[in-house]
Write a protein that binds this ligand. Structure first.
Ligand code: ADP
Ligand code: MG
Length: 742
């Protein structure tokens, strides 16, 4: 008999071995691809523009397009027609229910399903779906985090249709449901979700950037939008092993676990061949994602064992954010079919890399120009430099907000660990662009005589090919220029992408408005527009110099250097989140109509609340796991050692031979004693923290008095016990099992 199976039968009461037995028998699940080529099934589960065009009356379609492209309102009669054709399309696909699909501040997506059918007076039923149901619904806002925006007597919240993101059919799990992407606002109109502020920030940036383009560069530009390509990292573990780890089930991360002897030091996982079960999962989820019109293109192993990445092609930012949230949901559902569990947590395992979401972000015009793309024409490079320098200046001036935008309980474990961008915010440009910035900075006031090539004199005539060829990559920077886009790499893997992108869009919008003012002022002294622009950019380059860093962001030297430069290094979330309440931030979000003061305060309160609750859950789980599973296992094993020593004595074996065993017995007692006393002390600390009224102070207490004081300490002793206690007594799947059994 297989020795492992043998062991399992001996340990039927131990969940870990039962789980391992399941894992031993797993085979890749057979995946049936949808019929035809990708182009045949891409987007078949979305009610996209093509569908609308072919099913809607011409004038209705026109009105819808005007709404999508220009933000014009849709009246109720038009909504009725759209709803009718959406319903017909959905019913033809076997859909029975519809739901408004939204992204509340819980961090996951939310749905409330309603059936299409309505009973008629004569006892039959018809399938109904009116324009009003398409446009608006009323989920109970009191059941979602609202940060005090909603007093109980106005519990109503509204979801409102976002016509710019196509409705889709979710056909995973039981039945099929038509999902309509919506915003979620309170009775009084305040945003309760991630999408509403994102849409507002998109508008703000559009306005500011379009003005700059029209005034200085291209009068044909009527709209500037953002593109986003989010790379998503995640871990996969077998479902049975996952279920045997209460910490993974409750917290999404392991609270304990001795790092396995082999982890990622051989660097053999990154881009390695993909294990068959994982490949089956990837293919299966990609088919579902493609059917939903999500352009998944890239998949590969990541650095840590059992860590992977999926990346779609970039899309308009609102759509990309929806698609990222939807993708996470689909992946979880598909994984279940494969007896796998996806972990989106930023740091599920100690000692190996954590996961992030790398947001590739750029701005583009309605006439097809990437504003962050260098070109072969000097004139176009002035546009490129204008937007590039303004982004750097925006990040410099709002580094605290960028840090706040990525602050979360999960990301706290990852930032500044040895594999993720530090909590210090900086921008990486690459050597070519750095030299362009340097030249811009040093070339002083330029005087151009008639007939001279102005761009040559300004030093921006020949950037392009160099940058495009530049394969410089800095994987240690939180915010890096990568050829024709910026990559915001510090975002956590579990985050809703709308949040960070809202902050980025808003600070850039704000900066572009200041830029225009500065150019107007400069123009009073300098008649030539291009020179006035360059003069302003030069000042920006000088003013934002300290945020630029080209070196290794993981190194200790950088921490030192950053301190010298006066850059902040806020390691924990409750403190980082303060930036949202600074006067300057409140004013900026309000001025651009992205978040008013009430909304911003509510959001801040919710973020602290979520932070506190998550640590509270972790702390409770830790206590339970330690006292309930770890200690009993250790004591049972210890008892068997004691029996052994007694037995040896009984049969007359010299006591010196029992010394090593006695040492283990003693060590177990010591570790158990600390685990118990520290767990009890942590419980007391929690009681104290729970009495704190103030949200910030409470979060700080949970961060430093509970997590900071106890988590590592308890873990240390539990992990020591994991080594000491005989393998067959240990109840929790070990790292080597979670990470290496495929
Ligand atoms: P990497 O080398 O970092 O893996 P890739 O070229 O694979 O970069 O691109 C990663 C992501 O960036 C993809 O989602 C891709 O579509 C996106 N991307 C490429 N160009 C742009 C752009 N101009 N704006 C926004 N995202 C972009
Ligand atoms: Mg990348």
């Amino acid at each position: 008999m297989n020795p492992l199976i043998n062991q399992i039968y001996k340990n039927m009461s131990n969940l870990r071995f039962k789980a391992l037995e399941f894992v031993q028998q797993r085979q890749p699940v057979t995946v049936t691809p949808p019929a035809g080529r990708v182009s045949d099934f891409y987007g078949i589960n979305t009610f996209g523009t093509e569908n609308m065009k072919s099913t809607l009356p011409k004038d209705t379609y026109k009105k819808l397009l005007a709404c999508i492209e220009k933000g014009e309102k849709i009246d109720s009669s038009v909504a009725d027609i759209i709803a009718a054709s959406m319903k017909a399309w959905a019913i033809s696909k076997g859909v029975t229910h519809y739901t408004h699909w939204f992204q509340p501040l819980t961090g996951t997506t939310a749905e409330k399903h309603d059936a299409f059918f309505e009973p008629t007076s004569d006892g039959r039923a018809i399938e109904a779906f009116k324009g009003s149901a398409l446009i608006q619904q009323e989920p109970d806002a009191s059941s979602f985090p609202n940060g005090g925006i909603r007093s109980t007597f106005e519990a109503r919240g509204y979801t409102g249709w976002d016509p710019t993101s196509p409705a889709f059919v979710m056909d995973l799990g039981y039945g099929k449901t038509l999902c309509i992407p919506t915003i979620f606002v309170s009775y009084t109109g305040e945003a309760l979700d991630y999408k509403a502020p994102l849409l507002r920030s998109i508008d703000a940036l559009d306005k500011a950037a379009t003005t700059v383009m029209q005034e200085y560069f291209d009068t044909d530009v009527t709209k500037v939008f953002c593109n986003l390509g989010p790379e998503q990292e995640y871990f996969l573990v077998d479902k049975a092993l996952y279920l045997a780890r209460p910490d993974l089930v409750m917290c999404g991360r392991t609270l304990f676990g001795q790092v396995s002897s082999r982890n990622q030091q051989l660097e053999d996982h990154y881009f390695g061949s993909i294990p068959p079960r994982v490949l089956a999962f990837m293919a299966d989820s990609e088919f579902e994602l493609l059917k939903l019109g999500i352009p998944v293109k890239t998949r590969h192993n990541e650095v840590a064992p059992s860590q992977f990445e999926v990346a779609p092609l970039y899309e308009e930012i609102n759509l990309a954010v929806d698609h990222n949230a939807l993708m996470m949901d689909v992946m979880e559902k598909v994984a279940d079919k494969h007896h796998l569990k996806v972990l989106f947590h930023e740091k599920p395992f100690a000692g190996v890399n954590g996961s992030g979401k790398h947001n590739n972000w750029s701005m583009a015009t309605n006439n097809g120009r990437n504003l962050l793309g260098p070109s072969s024409k000097p004139k176009d490079n002035l546009i490129f430099l204008t937007f590039c320098v303004n982004v750097v200046k925006a990040v410099h001036d709002n580094a605290d907000l960028m840090r706040a935008a990525i602050a979360s309980v999960g990301n706290e474990h990852r930032l500044g660990a040895n594999e993720a961008p530090p909590a210090i915010f900086s921008v990486f440009l690459g050597s070519t662009l750095t030299s362009v910035f340097d030249e811009l900075e040093s070339n002083g006031k330029v005087k151009v005589d008639k007939g001279e090539n102005m761009y040559m004199k300004l030093g921006i005539s020949k950037i392009p090919q160099l940058i495009l060829d530049n394969t410089d990559r800095n994987r240690t920077s939180p915010f890096a220029f990568t050829g024709n886009k910026f990559e915001f790499r510090a975002v956590g893997s579990s985050a809703n992408n709308g949040h960070g992108m809202t902050v980025l869009n808003t600070i850039v919008a704000d900066q572009l408005i200041k830029f225009r003012e500065d150019v107007e002022n400069e123009s009073k002294k300098e008649a030539k527009k291009e020179i006035a622009i360059v003069n302003v950019l030069r000042e920006y380059v000088k003013a934002s110099k300290k945020i630029r860093f080209e070196g290794n962001g993981y190194s200790d030297e950088w921490v030192e250097e950053a301190t010298k430069r006066g850059l902040k290094n806020i390691k924990t979330a409750p403190e980082a989140l303060d930036a949202f309440l600074e006067k300057k931030a409140v004013k900026m979000f309000n001025d651009h109509g992205v978040l008013n003061e009430t909304e911003l305060h509510a959001r801040h309160e919710i973020m602290l609340e979520v932070y506190t609750k998550r640590i509270q859950i972790e702390s409770r789980s830790m206590y339970e796991l330690a006292v309930n599973q770890v200690v009993p296992a250790a004591l049972t094993y210890q008892t068997s050692l004691i029996e052994n020593v007694k037995g040896q004595k009984e049969i007359g074996i010299d006591a010196k031979y029992s010394k090593a065993t006695l040492d283990i017995i003693k060590a177990i007692s010591e570790h158990v004693a600390v685990v118990i006393s520290e767990s009890e002390a942590m419980l007391e600390a929690r009681k104290k923290a729970n009495d704190i009224e103030d949200g910030k102070k409470k979060a700080v207490a949970y961060c430093h008095e509970i997590k900071g004081k106890y988590f590592e300490k308890i873990r240390y002793h539990v992990d020591k016990l994991e080594i000491l206690v005989g393998d067959e007594h240990w109840p929790l799947p070990k790292y080597r099992e979670l990470l290496f059994i495929k």
